[in-house]
Ligand binder design. Structure first.
Ligand code: NAD
Ligand code: ZN
Length: 356
């Protein structure tokens, strides 16, 4: 079966295009009393960007905190807060301004405003029945591809798993390279490497096809430019690399690094980008060229990675990591083929975690 892949229908790209947000939203304001809900990464709470948001009197602005990656309980609290503050009318839209975590929160809240129950009820594939309210993603960090993906990655009471559905996909994204210019260098690197690793895992995977290869190769070339040969267009290139990398994996799959990074994140709370970097550094048996180039990029940017992260964990905790990683069967199959369970028995994953 071929996937009938839903893409973001409206994209605006270019330096300063954020200034058109008011015009874009005004076409989507459903009635005078329906609020636009702005979920803004709280890192911008006292910054100029906050003042540039086109917030009208009926609108709701909520600073969101992403020190921890999004949890289903947080999505439920935010949804309740929006219902309380937005008045009777269903909001006209939810706008997420921030990195992958904030964009995922915006996707999830837009879904939960129209679907009953808790976000945890919908972790999985195609469990969402009712379309979300209009939702917009505005990245302030580039690399995750969350702006194009059909998932919102959430940690729930039992698992770290996305709400994967066609309704999750943004209705509009605003790609303004000026918004990522102020990101701290190490954070920019970790999130950027998420994109680089998407490309490696897609291009080295068994699910590869012409669609994914075309996007993956271009995204990879852009990442090389950004991280090994940076010029004045770096932010533009990184933003497009993230988008193309996301398009590449959307029609193929990620691989071993992402599966293992999920385990690190579930047990240690490591953020996705840094978790990927930690895991990738131990995967040279599987991705020799990618890991070598990753290390050159790391050196060029003077980035050091945390070590001995699993040294103090109990065997049960490491087993938990293995379990979380193994739930992601399509990732293993993409990386290693149908026979992946023989190539990658539990013990081998356990040993890899012990080295981290
Ligand atoms: P993030 O959103 O987790 O943010 C990381 C840190 O950077 C936060 O402290 C944030 O406040 C700060 N930050 C964001 N923009 C900034 C800026 N311009 N200047 C200064 N600080 C800034 O980082 P991320 O790497 O973009 O996203 C990781 C998240 O994305 C994880 O929660 C992961 O699960 C999710 N993700 C989702 C998808 C998807 O397809 N939905 C894919 C990959 C990752
Ligand atoms: Zn990723």
């Amino acid at each position: 079966m071929f996937r009938n892949f839903k893409t973001v229908p409206q994209i605006i790209f270019g330096r300063g295009c954020f200034n058109q947000l008011d015009d874009i939203l005004s076409l989507r304001r459903t009635s005078a009393d329906a609020a636009m809900v702005f979920l803004l990464d709280d890192v911008f709470e006292n910054q100029a960007l906050r003042e540039r948001l086109p917030v009208k009197t009926q609108d709701v602005l909520i600073p969101v905190n992403v020190d921890d990656e999004p949890k289903t309980a947080y999505v439920d609290r935010l949804t309740a807060q929006v219902r309380e503050q937005a008045g009777k009318a269903l909001p006209s839209g939810v706008i997420g301004i921030g990195g992958g975590s904030t964009m995922d929160l915006a996707k999830a809240v837009s879904l939960m405003l129209t679907n009953p129950g808790s976000a945890a009820d919908y972790q999985g594939w195609d469990l969402i029945r009712v379309p979300a309210v209009y939702h917009v993603g505005i990245p302030t960090l580039s690399g995750t591809g969350a702006e194009v993906s059909r998932t919102t990655v959430l940690t729930g009471p039992e698992k770290k798993l996305g709400i994967n559905s066609d309704h999750t996909v943004f209705d509009q994204i605003v790609l303004d390279p000026e918004l990522i210019a102020g990101a701290p260098a190490d954070q920019r690197f970790f999130t950027g490497m998420d994109c680089y690793i998407h490309c490696v895992e897609s291009l080295e995977g068994t699910f590869l096809n012409a669609f994914s290869r075309a996007y993956g190769e271009k995204a990879m070339a852009l990442c090389r430019n950004v991280f090994l040969d940076a010029g004045p267009d770096s932010d533009d290139n990184l933003m497009i690399a993230s988008y193309f990398g996301g398009m590449s994996i959307a029609y193929s799959q990620v691989g071993i690094c992402h599966a293992m990074s999920y385990g690190l994140s579930y047990v240690l709370g490591l953020h996705h980008g840094i978790g990927n970097c930690v895991a990738f550094d131990y995967l040279e048996d599987f991705y020799p060229e990618g890991v070598a180039e990753f290390r050159r990029m790391q050196e060029a940017h003077g980035i050091s990675l945390p070590r001995n992260l699993t040294a103090d964990l109990t065997p049960d905790q490491v087993e938990k990591m293995v379990n979380v990683a193994l739930v992601l069967e399509p990732l293993w199959e993409n990386a290693l083929g149908k026979d992946w369970k023989t190539i990658m028995p539990r013990e081998r994953i356990f040993d890899l975690y012990l080295r981290m």
